[in-house]
Structures are given as C-alpha cells and as structure tokens.
Design a protein around this ligand. Structure first.
Ligand code: AHG
Ligand code: MN
Ligand code: MN
Length: 337
C-alpha cells in the first residue's frame, strides 16, 4: 500500500514548530498566521487590478518622501486591521507610517513587535509585475508595554521570525523562524498556504547578479570594480560569463535568488549617500538577511553582516549585498581593499 502524504499547511508547519520542536511560542504562531491571512487579502486585492480600482497613486507622500500608491495604503491598512486585535503584539511599525502604531487600548497587548513593508516594489504595481510584502518580528524589551520608536531599534540578530510574500504568477510566502527557510504556495481553492519548498538552500556560487545598472556612474569604487569584473565575462578576471536580472521589486529579486542563486545589490551611491542607502534596514534588509542566511546565503552592508548592524532610526537606510555566499564575500572583501 502506498501511503498518501497529505500536503503540509502553514498552520500544521507552525503547530509542529511549536509543539514538537519548541522553536516558537503559541503567540508567535498566531502572529504569523495573522500576517499570512492579511497577505491573502492583499493578494486578492492585487489580483483585481484595474477592476478593483486599486491601481494608481493616492496623492500623498510617505515618511520616505515617496508618492504613496493606493495599494501601499490599502496593504498597510489590511495588515494593521488584521494584527491590532489579536493580543499578540505590543506595537507595529511600517514603511508607510512615520511613527510606530500603538495597539489600541481596547485590545490586549502581547510581547511582539511587528515591522513591515506592506507593499514592496510599488513602481511595479501599475505595470502588472510582481510585488510583495516583507515583515520582521522582534520582541518588545522586557517590561515595555507602550513601545517607543527606540524599542524597535534592535539588531537583526534579535528577529524571532521574518518573511515575505511574493505576489507573482502564484502567491508564495517565504518564512523563517530561525529553523531554516521554507516556502508556502497559496492554494487559492483551499484558501491556505501549503509547504512547497522545505529548507531552501542558496547555491554558494552563481553566474547571475541583480543591480540597477542605471546607477553605475554614481557607484563607489569597490562596487564599480566588482561589476566591471562580472561584465568582463569569460575573458575577464572571473573567467566566466554572468547574466543580469533586475525586477525592481526586492521581494521578486530575492525570490529568484532563493530559488536558483544569484547576488542582489543595492549599494550606497552618490544619489542616496546622504540617506545612507536606498533600502530600509528594519523592514527590507533585516528580514531579507535573516531569510537568506537561514538558506545558507550571505548578507552584508559591504562591511559587516546586515544582521549585526545596530539600527539608529526606524526608517534608516542601508547598502545591501545578499545572496550566494561566495559572491557576497567577494564584493564585501573589495570594500576592505
Ligand atoms: P518600495 O516599493 O517598498 O518603496 O521598495 C522599492 C525598493 C525595492 O523593492 C527595489 O529593490 C528598489 O526599491 C528599486 O529601486 P530602483 O527603482 O532604484 O530600481
Ligand atoms: Mn520596499
Ligand atoms: Mn513599500
């Protein structure tokens, strides 16, 4: 008799992490389930596209000085509404809000801090290209019930969970609770995320890179040197040809790297030097670095592990180099030379 292996749902995966492995607590399981449910709602909205009237701008500017898209605002609201009442959170912070969002007094409070980029890759919404949601979970400092912005400023090594959902041809939730990186594909008929890739491993070597080449003239010397060597191909110092991809949704670019290797870079350049970089530490770089390291990859800011950086502000920006370990190590070493 052949035993039929039932698909493992996200719920079952989390219950086993909690009950059998003791890796997570019940409240963290609840938190991840709530975020996953919110992502399903966001996926539904994104899918409607123009029919749902969700494309285009709202006309406001966020704390980043960026024009907010309707879906930026909507996704933020969906995540807030889903998470505020469950009793698992002490506070929430988001790319789309200047300050942390306190849990309303009418609801119980929990021990976790949730930080998210509700919609990553906003420039791709109107052109029907993949976007995503990124989230990071920290613990509120002991005894703190009304967290202030500084209570969020913990290095990425303190994350207890991180994940992203990529809204592509299929909707995939990628998660780590510090016990490997796993992928769950949304089964729209069942309405649940199903485990489809367990213990993802990023190949240590690669022949593919992702960077916005239009910024080349603004790059610093180490990045220029590294990319020049990749572009030189077979007859250059690297002795092989490299291919390039750039979606301009970090979620989609990182998802490709988790799936088949590669190195993703958003270095600091002359255009963004005063801000420290392009991508945000707390809700882009840190969660992605955790996910990538748990899949055997590397993630640095060109000098140190992203996860070891002490955040100085909630919306702080950082240079990012992540993906296949040996390439991340090489480009990082060029910054030392
Ligand atoms: P967001 O849409 O949340 O502001 O993030 C966009 C980020 C990231 O997803 C992507 O890698 C990068 O911006 C793209 O930047 P360029 O437009 O400079 O390529
Ligand atoms: Mn983003
Ligand atoms: Mn965003």
């Amino acid at each position: 008799m052949t035993r039929v292996h039932k698909p493992i749902s996200l719920t079952r995966y989390l219950i086993e992490e909690q009950r059998e492995k003791g890796v997570i607590k019940p409240d963290l399981r609840l938190l991840i389930e709530v975020v996953a449910r919110a992502c399903k709602t966001i996926a539904t909205q994104i899918n409607k596209g123009d029919l749902g009237g969700v494309l285009g701008n709202v006309g406001s500017i966020n704390v980043q000085g960026e024009v907010q898209k309707k879906l930026d605002v909507l996704s933020n609201e969906i995540l807030l509404e889903a998470n505020e009442w469950g009793g698992h959170l002490a506070a929430i912070a988001s790319e789309e809000m200047d300050d942390p969002y306190p849990i309303p007094h009418r609801y119980p409070k929990g021990e976790y801090l949730l930080v998210f980029d509700p919609l990553d890759g906003s420039s791709n919404i109107d052109v029907n290209v993949s976007v995503g949601t990124i989230f990071s979970v920290l613990k509120a400092p002991e005894g703190v019930t009304e967290p202030k912005p500084e209570d969020f400023l913990q290095p990425g090594t303190k994350q207890v969970a991180a994940g992203y959902t990529v809204y592509g041809p299929s909707t995939v939730l990628v998660l780590t609770v510090g016990d490997g990186t796993h992928m769950f594909t949304l089964d729209r008929e069942q309405g649940s995320f199903v485990l489809t890739e367990m213990n993802v491993r990023i190949p240590e070597d690669t022949a593919e890179f992702a960077i916005n080449m239009s910024n080349m003239r603004h790059w610093e010397v180490p990045v220029k040197r590294y990319i020049d060597e990749l572009l030189a191909g077979k007859t250059g110092p690297r002795g092989k040809d490299f291919n390039m991809r750039w979606v301009a949704s970090m979620v989609a670019d990182v998802h490709r790297i988790l799936t088949r290797g590669g190195v993703f870079m958003y270095p600091v350049d002359a255009k963004c030097r005063d801000k420290g970089g392009r991508l945000r530490l707390m809700y882009e770089a840190n969660p992605m670095a955790f996910i990538v390291e748990q899949a055997g990859g590397g993630a640095t800011d060109g000098h140190i592990r992203i996860l070891e950086r002490q955040p100085l502000a909630l919306h702080e920006r950082v240079p990012v180099f992540l993906g296949s370990k040996n390439e991340v190590a090489l480009v990082t070493s060029y910054h030392r030379d």
